[in-house]
Design a protein around this ligand. Structure first.
Ligand code: ZN
Ligand code: ZN
Length: 434
């Protein structure tokens, strides 16, 4: 296998302005400088021609680059804005869903250097960066390989409710998009750091594999001390390398699927790699560390009866009436709930899985679904609890690599392959190309 190329969907609109630096070819026609392509009756108008697809290939991939003008970044976020972005590799224009779409065709290693530079802090340790490079490459190559896999069912009805989970929809006309939906990619606009370039080069071609297949290398911010299994968050299948494990050297892990053990675990703060408040380490993983709260190894959220009833109604689209209780029904191996019963005055139902529970009980997302519930403040005149206190552990789904834990391991001198072996037990490193 040679180093593959990845097709990254960058933007879609009616008109695309771009600048080719160096010398490019469209078919056999040499072309450079400022260009405009316009959607015209479902086809692409470029100069005097009307066509269905256009490919601009650089004569020298190492030095030629193109700019896309006024790319929208941070779509849907308060910091949404437009900026010009520069890319290496080829530019493909096509029409998808009635919109003109720009696709960057770029070698995998260059893509990874860009993605990791924008995702990871420049202060991250070399071993953490290498571990991330392997994970991102595994995700990408698995994506290229299994593109045609049939979409999984995404819900399952249970007694009195529905379990929902979310898988990324595959793109059809390109491999990945440039947004957070896949991995954030901004071309070579942002200077990639030396540290990232070295980490990508040092692991060139390496992926995590299990029995010959590239691993589904999931990761999240902070496991909360124990790793979660795949089926708690997504379809009911198991990956042997995503399994129950303490995020720590050797100490055992209680059976957190048992309510009493989960409660003891969540209400205490056991030793774990990710149990840290070291600002130097947290800054490696959390880009906006200084603006964020840092109490996510163990955290607490409090709602009044009115707040919770209103929140659940808005977020679930179902009117439960007043909230009588939130009852844990099933927990995964990290103590994360994947079934929760909401007992209301008008309706009672079980919801899940992990992400659905986090979305329903927060205006955005709860840090995790590993929580226990206390009803405090006595009762309202109607006999409902006045306050609900959620005490929780970890941030994110907890499956696979724990970013905070991996950052701590990197600082403690663990090599990237040891970090990967810890979080993906049984998986091996394989070099797919030189
Ligand atoms: Zn995407
Ligand atoms: Zn952890």
């Amino acid at each position: 296998m040679n180093e593959p190329r990845v097709q990254v969907g960058i933007l879609s609109r009616e008109r695309i302005d771009f600048v080719l630096h160096g010398s490019y070819h469209a078919d056999t026609i040499p072309v450079s400088g400022r260009q405009t392509a316009i959607l015209d009756q479902g086809r692409i108008r470029w100069g005097g021609t009307l066509c269905d697809e256009l490919l601009f290939t650089p004569d020298d991939e190492a030095t030629d680059a193109f700019d896309l003008l006024q790319v929208t970044i941070g779509i849907g976020f308060h910091w949404e804005r437009h900026e010009d972005q520069r890319f290496r590799g080829a530019l493909r224009l096509l029409v998808e869903d009635g919109r003109l779409t720009a696709v960057n065709i770029v070698p995998v290693e260059a893509y990874l250097t860009s993605v990791i530079s924008s995702e990871m802090s420049a202060t991250a340790s070399p071993e953490l960066l290498k571990a991330h490079a392997v994970i991102s490459r595994s995700w990408l190559l698995a994506n290229l390989q299994h593109k045609t896999a049939a979409p999984l069912p995404t819900h399952e009805d249970v007694e009195g409710g529905r379990l929902v989970w979310y898988e990324r929809d595959a793109h059809t006309r390109f491999d990945v998009c440039a947004d957070d939906h896949c991995q954030r990619y901004q071309g070579i606009t942002r200077a990639s750091t030396d540290a990232v370039r070295q980490a990508v080069a040092a692991t060139r071609g390496q992926v995590l594999a299990y029995e010959g297949r590239i691993c589904d290398a999931r990761f999240s911010k902070c496991c909360g001390g124990a790793l979660e299994e795949f089926a708690t968050c997504w379809a009911d299948t198991s990956h042997p390398y995503l399994r129950r494990k303490r995020d720590w050297t050797s100490a055992g892990l209680p059976d957190l699927t048992q309510e009493a053990e989960a409660e003891r675990w969540i209400r205490s703060a056991p030793d774990a790699f990710c149990h840290t408040t070291d600002a130097h380490i947290l800054r490696q993983v959390l880009n906006n560390y200084d603006q964020e709260t840092t109490d996510y190894y163990r955290w607490r959220v409090e709602y009044t009866q009115e707040e919770l009833a209103d929140l659940v109604r808005r977020r679930s689209g179902t009117d439960y009436g007043g909230i009588v209780d939130l009852v844990p029904v099933a927990r995964g191996t990290s103590g994360r709930l994947w079934k929760l019963r909401i007992v209301g005055t008008k309706r009672t139902a079980v919801i899940g899985k992990e992400l659905e529970i986090r979305r329903t009980l927060s205006p955005t997302h709860l840090y995790s679904s590993a929580f226990v519930v206390d009803k405090t403040g006595g009762c309202t005149p109607e006999g409902l609890p006045r306050r609900f206190v959620l005490t929780g552990a970890g941030w994110g789904h907890g499956v696979g690599l724990c970013q905070i834990g991996a950052a701590v391991m990197g600082e403690q001198g663990y090599a990237y392959d040891a970090i990967l072996r810890h979080y993906y037990p049984g998986a091996t490193l394989e070099k797919k190309y030189e």
